[in-house]
Design a protein around this ligand. Structure first.
Ligand code: GLV
Ligand code: MG
Length: 364
């Protein structure tokens, strides 16, 4: 057992001290790019400031013959780009792959000062995070880094799912968790054949109408409601993250053309507590930025409740509805998020300022 007092001691001599709190930086869209693809790489500097997170992907979707080119390409892009307000993340190859050790050693040594977060795929349990934690500390010390690199796990195995709370609590570096619906579905032996999203076969059906006293019209018209395959997983992931002061994310939505269903999945995740999602195509960035930013109408209501509640105790009526400590806390979550996003997004800044002014006018 490790003493709680040692938790914030660096795991290698000379490594930066672990953070006591994970910074809550906007990360509505984590935009994946292939650093081995020269055409894609050339577009990266132009995306700085337009997306919250740029992520150089080294794992799945990168062909074996391009693994080294992707790693070197990421070093090249990171070295030559000023990322300004945009975070730089990477998804490393899996811990049991032939590339992981070279990925992490090269990236920390060469661009460790630019990397905010490393995403670790197929995490199975706390032992995977302990390994990465110590290795990162050694590499950070060697590179002379002064700021710890944070760790993000992808939830994409049944064992990882069963251990999600331990994974989140395994290191002060743990920044967040993303759902990996494609690998998770395969590992769980789900019978889907797609990357994220719902499935028309996963449904509940309304009761059949009665024909007469004894028989039912089971083949007649009946309402059918598609259910969300990912509800349990996302809800559990959100609780594990909240419990450990970290952030939960939806993962990939593979049907790039179906922007409507993509928006629905993103919104469900947002409402359940996720702060962002992966984006695999530029058109998903606009969806993510919109969906993971609170609606100005909600922000207006939130400001109104916070204002009306004063010190936060007791109960008030706003628009005919009872509001109390608990609803005020929900409204504070929305207000805090709106104020954070206003700092990075001038369009939202204006909309949220108008929402605040309207709320103050109503309360006057
Ligand atoms: C992502 O990596 C997934 O497996 O869905
Ligand atoms: Mg995966």
């Amino acid at each position: 057992m490790r003493s709680a007092k040692d938790f914030f001691v660096p795991l290698a001599v000379g490594a930066p001290a672990p953070l006591r709190e994970i910074p809550s930086r906007p990360s509505r869209a984590i935009h994946f790019f292939d650093p081995s693809n020269a055409k894609m790489a050339a577009k990266i500097p132009g995306m700085v400031g337009k997306v919250d997170v740029l992520l150089g992907n080294l794992e799945d979707a990168i062909k074996v013959e391009n693994k080294e080119a992707a790693r070197n390409g990421l070093v090249e892009i990171a070295t030559s780009t000023d990322f300004g307000p945009t975070q730089l993340w990477t998804r490393l190859n899996a811990l049991d792959s032939p590339w992981f050790l070279d990925d992490i050693s090269t990236l920390v040594a060469k661009i460790g000062d630019k990397l905010d977060v490393v995403m670790i795929p197929k995490v199975q349990g706390a032992e995977d995070i302990h390994y990465v934690d110590r290795l990162l500390a050694q590499l950070e010390a060697k590179a002379g880094l002064t700021r710890p690199i944070l760790v993000h796990a992808i939830l994409e195995t049944a064992r990882g799912m069963a251990n999600v709370e331990q994974i989140c609590g395994a290191s002060p570096r743990m920044q967040g968790i993303s759902l990996g619906p494609a690998d998770l579905a395969a590992d769980r032996r789900m019978k889907t054949t797609r990357v994220g999203g719902g499935h028309p076969g996963y449904l509940v059906r309304a009761d059949a109408a009665k024909n007469d006293a004894d028989t039912y019209d089971i083949h007649g018209e009946r309402a059918v409601f598609q259910q969300d395959l990912w509800h349990y997983t996302i809800a559990r992931m959100v609780d594990a993250c909240a419990m450990h002061g970290m952030f939960a994310y939806y993962g990939p939505f593979g049907d790039i053309t179906d922007v409507v269903a993509c928006e629905d999945q993103f919104r469900n995740a947002f409402l359940l507590g996720c702060v962002g999602t992966w984006t695999l195509h530029p058109k998903q960035i606009e969806i993510a930025n919109r969906v993971f930013s609170p609606d100005p109408k909600e922000v207006e209501h939130a400001y109104e409740v916070v204002e009306a509640m004063g010190d936060g105790s007791g109960a008030v009526m706003v628009d005919g509805k009872m509001e109390d400590d608990a609803s005020c806390k929900q409204c504070q979550v929305v207000v805090t998020l709106a104020e954070q996003l206003a700092e990075v997004d001038p369009e939202l800044k204006e909309k949220y300022a108008q929402a605040k002014a309207a709320a103050q006018q109503k309360g006057a």
